[in-house]
Design a protein around this ligand. Structure first.
Ligand SMILES: Cc1ncc(COP(=O)(O)O)c(C=O)c1O
Length: 382
């Protein structure tokens, strides 16, 4: 028989065989262990929405030892929908509610092929809204199926440029405008996205590092995470914390930041998903002038680090996370030994494993040699 300790959510097997003193001691030590891992041991949360945020900050031991710095990853893959975008999804919906833009039973509409759609689909179920997702018809069947399983009405539309009125973002906006009691959440340019990170992710990192953070770096898609966390850490540290932007190949942001806003240049392409940008979104615009610097991380380094994180830390994470960790190591080297650098562990590798762990797929991208030879054993899929 299993016994449930409701305060910390742990299950103990066969406890009736233990004396009550021993049981109490065991519970206390489990509680202590939980507390040392950063959990509140006496609180419960309300459903999916209550479980968003309050993620652990993981000390990346191997990479910290290698660099002589302290490198931490915010475990956003532990959000209940599996990614950092759960925070944005919840923040966008709550903001619309606070402004009276949506009423019970209404419809949330977004143009997205990725994690924000998954986060929104969950939040909509938990709050009783309908969820409509527009996405380019080039997206994988798995993504469409997952969103449908989460109850979303998925509408694949022609994959055309942003300038074309048939682009999925414009169709999402127009559909929301055409029906009663509906909103287009507009994750790229609705600054409620960055605000969600300013109100939650930033304060959590500040508290978890006890205000000792010298640098923060991550890649951006909408820019919500970087802008919200960056603004909070910059304010709380009286400007001491350096906030850097990491970019995948094919994105224009490195050239924009390093040229002081004069250049918008892109070259190459990347296997990473959810990050990289061709413009300055309104979310990023709220913070772009306070960014200390930016650099581009090649896919070869991201892939090598993705496998290293699995091998040395036991962390099975996606490519945008691997890029962030490469960038955190580089920033720690710039800031010097003993510095404390934080980045974001955005999501798990589960959504990308048929690519990232497939020899054939990596070969097709010219990345098979990016995996260090002693780690090739992890690329088990053909
Ligand atoms: C896997 C992944 N990493 C990183 C990001 C970037 O986060 P943000 O949109 O806050 O810049 C996203 C955004 O969709 C994502 O899906």
């Amino acid at each position: 028989m299993a016994m449930h300790d409701s305060r910390n959510g742990l299950y103990l097997s066969h406890v009736p065989n233990l004396s009550s003193t021993r049981t109490t001691t065991m519970l206390s030590s489990l509680r202590l262990a939980a507390r040392s891992r950063g959990f509140a041991t006496h609180s419960t949360v309300q459903g999916f929405n209550g479980a968003v945020g309050n993620t652990p900050l993981i000390y990346l031991k191997g990479l910290s030892e290698k660099t002589g710095a302290h490198i931490y990853g915010k475990a956003e893959f532990q959000n209940p929908g599996g990614s950092v975008k759960d925070r944005a999804a919840l923040g966008l919906v709550q903001d619309a509610e606070e402004q009276g833009l949506i009423k019970p039973g209404g419809t949330i509409v977004e143009g997205t092929a990725g994690n924000t759609g998954i986060g929104l689909a969950h939040v909509c179920r938990a709050k009783g809204y309908k969820c409509v997702i527009y996405m380019p018809n080039t997206q994988s069947q798995e993504k469409i199926d997952l969103l449908r399983m989460l109850g979303a009405d998925v509408r694949p539309v022609p994959a055309v440029a942003f300038e074309n009125p048939l682009n999925y973002n414009h169709q999402a906006r127009e559909f929301a405008e055409s029906i009663e009691n509906a909103i287009w959440t507009n994750q790229f340019d609705n600054t409620a996205n960055a605000k969600a990170h300013y109100l939650t992710t930033g304060p959590e990192i500040w508290e978890q590092t006890q205000g000792r953070v010298d640098g923060f770096i991550c890649a951006t898609g909408t820019g919500g995470t970087l802008a919200g966390v960056g603004k909070y850490l910059k304010e709380k540290s009286d400007g001491r914390a350096q906030i850097w932007l990491a970019d995948p190949p094919g994105s224009v942001l490195t050239s924009y930041v390093t040229s002081g806003g004069k250049l918008i240049e892109r070259s190459g392409s990347s296997i990473t998903e959810g990050i990289g940008q061709g413009r300055i979104t309104d979310n990023l615009a709220t913070f772009i002038n306070d960014i200390s610097g930016a650099f581009t991380v090649p896919d070869e380094k991201s892939i090598a680090t993705l496998y290293e994180l699995l091998d040395t830390e036991g962390l099975y994470l996606g490519a945008s996370t691997a890029l962030n960790v490469v960038a955190a190591v580089e920033l720690a080297q710039k800031l010097g030994r003993g510095s404390r650098v934080v980045t974001i562990l955005c999501d798990g590798a589960y959504r990308y494993q048929s690519r990232l762990f497939s020899k054939k797929w990596l070969e097709s991208k010219g990345l098979e040699d990016a995996i260090p030879s002693h780690l090739k054993k992890y690329a088990v899929l053909d």
